[in-house]
Ligand binder design. Structure first.
Ligand code: KIV
Length: 292
């Protein structure tokens, strides 16, 4: 497909909504979601035809250089979410509630969810956790804000989980995950992220729920898939989880471009004539006469 065809198709693309999510599940059509934290990435994802963009708290690690997702604040999330909203017009935009923005009280949860909608043009929010978050999910949904849940490996709880480890591998853990998924659905969540859990469990949960599941490291039996865009693009070099498929190596591409630029400047190949501003000879002579 040519670039022209892509943009024509995109300008006619309808806005993805939570209803689209439900309908795609009913039709058995896979949902696509990726993360973005800035305007150009959101623009490119939207033009490529992605269903949904998550402004994930993975921002903390892949953009801000923190060890984990815990330090990122509501203010930082909003700043990046606004940039994403300026770039994406069709994808369903989901703001990820950061650590401590919804755990202290249900009031905090509703207020911060509302900030994503009111101050950053997001369409929905995501939060981590199961039954212990049911009340918050219910309250946010009652305020008219769609909520996506997140179960399995929930990075905001790494200190409790003992690190970034797959979850739901024992029969009892799997039962608890299934129950949590059903509780979140009953609380009004429109969709659930299932992260790093056995593929057969993810498929079982997906079939049991009427809301769509979006998997990351949870196999092909989910109703959709999400990846952290920096992992997919090869932009995050610190580590690559086993479940990531790399579609590009932009870190290497950037390194080469930067090295070429440095070399061009040092060897005076850049800037060349075509990169410079001209001044006609007459004006130049007049200037030289006036210059002291
Ligand atoms: O923050 C994030 O990017 C996420 C995805 C991994 C689902 O929560």
């Amino acid at each position: 497909m040519s670039t022209t065809t892509v943009s024509t198709t995109v300008s006619q693309r309808k806005k993805t909504t939570t209803l689209t999510f439900r309908q795609k599940k009913e039709r058995g059509e896979p949902l696509t979601m990726l993360t973005a934290y800035d305007y150009p990435t959101a623009l490119a994802l939207d033009q490529a035809g992605i269903d949904s963009i998550l402004v994930g708290d993975s921002l903390a690690m892949v953009e801000l250089g923190y060890e984990n997702t815990l330090p990122v604040t509501m203010e930082e999330m909003l700043h990046h979410a606004r940039a994403v909203a300026r770039g994406a017009k069709s994808a369903l935009l989901i703001g990820d509630l950061p650590f401590m923005s919804y755990q202290v009280s249900v009031e905090d949860a509703v207020r911060n969810a509302g900030r994503f909608i009111q101050q950053a043009n997001m369409d929905a929010v995501k939060l981590e956790g199961g039954r212990e978050r049911a009340e918050a999910v219910r309250a946010i949904v009652s305020a008219g804000i769609p909520v996506m849940g997140h179960l399995g490996l929930t990075p905001q709880s790494i200190n409790q989980l003992g690190g970034f480890r797959p979850q739901g591998k024992s029969a009892s853990a799997a039962t608890r995950l299934l129950e949590d998924a059903q509780i979140l659905e009953e609380a009004g969540a429109f969709s659930l992220v299932l992260e790093s859990i056995p593929a057969r469990l993810a498929e079982f949960i997906s079939k049991r729920l009427s809301i769509p599941t979006i998997g990351i490291g949870a196999g092909a039996g989910c109703d959709g898939q999400v990846l952290v865009t920096h992992d997919l693009l090869g932009l995050f070099e610190r580590f690559t989880p086993k479940f990531v498929k790399r579609y590009a190596n932009l870190h290497e591409t950037m390194n080469k471009a930067f090295a070429d630029y440095i070399d061009d400047v040092e060897t005076k190949k850049f800037p060349a004539v075509e990169h410079t501003v001209e001044m006609n000879d007459e004006e130049w002579s007049a200037f030289l006469k006036e210059a002291k």
